[in-house]
Design a protein around this ligand. Structure first.
Ligand code: GLN
Length: 379
């Protein structure tokens, strides 16, 4: 028996491919983005306590109310946004799920979505599985800024949505206030919906302000804004995040969500509701991770790789164009096998496989992990 593939051109995600290879080769994994250090013991303690106290049954399908209330308080403080926890927030099993659900909520067959490349690898399959069409715009290489003129040219009456992502995975680029103005001028007076992937909201460096869509009420009413606790609290395996939108949009989002995940892991939600009271845990994340980035940068200076500077996420991109012409996928595989250091080849984030000879490195690691990785590269 056969099934007709809904994603005929899709293979296995590069994150799993490289992590599997890293495991087989006993390599240091600077590929897939996840920390290798311990998360907060206070937070794991809160989960244990919640389980032991019996908070193990379904919570509300939209998320534990106390957690949504605490999120609304955090958002008001950080972004001066008034968010109604009852109607505007849904807790999801991770940021990627929130993005997929947003696409599935809004897309009709043949709708167009503007996607910037390099793009996080779930976006295009999420669009295509809904019968819609990704309209690709390449970020300007090597700074990875948005060519707004080209976006204007590609917008038409079939454009249903634009997906933005800041701080950006895989490049680390961050959007400026000027970018938001450009976006506003494009969507104003249209029905274009914004999907904003902000899972790295706290991983922003060099004193730059995160340009959350939550800061802009006129944009928020046409947006789905997606977040991840995994990135903020070093627990990517917990798969928990949330989506924020306007009440009318959220009502439709929840119709899709309720028959897919229904309700997320409950003890974790009780724990997170408590832990959100600890503002320092997220306010200090930027400087904590910037130290790692700066340390990794200083180590990488000894190698022939050339940094493509950026200001956010836990990834840094390095070019090798001037010392090798090898395909980036081949180089990433070879480094994993020969040097025991895994990375992600940037061509994986382009539908046509554009290869600018760039590798993505995740620096959310212990100092000794970064040191050993660079020592191995230097050998
Ligand atoms: N977001 C992580 C990354 O970019 C990985 C997510 C995943 O493996 N699906 O590396």
């Amino acid at each position: 028996m056969n099934i007709t593939s809904k994603l005929p051109n899709v293979g296995t995600t590069i994150f799993t491919v490289m992590s599997q290879l890293a495991l087989e080769q006993n390599a240091i994994n600077l590929g897939q983005g996840f920390p290798d250090f311990f998360m907060s013991e206070e937070l794991t303690g809160l989960v244990n306590r919640a389980m032991q106290q019996g908070f193990n049954q379904y919570v509300h399908m939209n998320g534990l109310m106390l957690l949504r209330e605490r999120l609304a308080q955090k958002i008001e403080k950080l972004y001066a946004a008034k968010i109604n926890p009852d109607t505007d927030i849904t807790v999801t099993p991770g940021g990627t799920y929130a993005i997929y659900t947003a696409f599935t909520t809004i897309l009709q067959p043949r709708d167009e979505v503007i996607v910037f490349e390099p793009a996080y690898d779930s976006y295009i399959p999420n669009i295509e599985i809904n019968g819609a069409v990704p309209v690709l715009v390449s970020l300007k290489f090597p700074g990875y800024s948005i060519p707004w003129q080209e976006v204007k040219q590609k917008v038409n009456n079939k454009t249903k949505a634009i997906i933005i992502n800041s701080p950006h995975n895989p490049t680390g680029a961050v959007l400026s206030e000027e970018d938001i103005q450009q976006l506003r001028s494009i969507v104003q007076g249209t029905n274009i919906i914004i999907i904003s992937d902000e899972v790295y909201e706290h991983l922003i460096f060099d004193n730059i302000l995160h340009q959350s869509i939550l800061r802009y009420p006129d944009l928020l009413e046409r947006s789905f804004v997606c977040f991840s606790f995994g990135k903020t609290y070093h627990c990517t395996g917990w798969k928990i995040g949330y989506c924020i939108s306007s009440p009318a949009f959220m009502k439709e989002f929840r119709k899709v969500h309720q028959f897919n995940c229904f309700s997320c892991n409950s003890p974790v939600q009780f724990a997170l509701a408590d832990y959100l009271q600890n503002e320092n845990a997220y306010l200090q994340l930027g400087s904590f991770m910037q130290k790692k980035r700066d340390y990794f940068r200083s180590l990488m200076q000894q190698t022939p790789f050339k940094l493509i500077p950026s200001h956010g996420s836990y990834f840094e991109c390095y070019s090798y164009a001037y010392f090798s012409n090898e395909a980036d996928k081949d180089l990433a595989i070879r480094l994993t096998k020969e040097k025991a250091v895994a990375t992600i080849p940037m061509s994986s984030f382009y539908k046509d496989g554009t290869d600018n000879k760039v590798l993505r490195f995740c620096f959310a690691k212990k100092e000794e992990t970064l040191e050993t990785a660079v020592e191995r590269l230097l050998k």
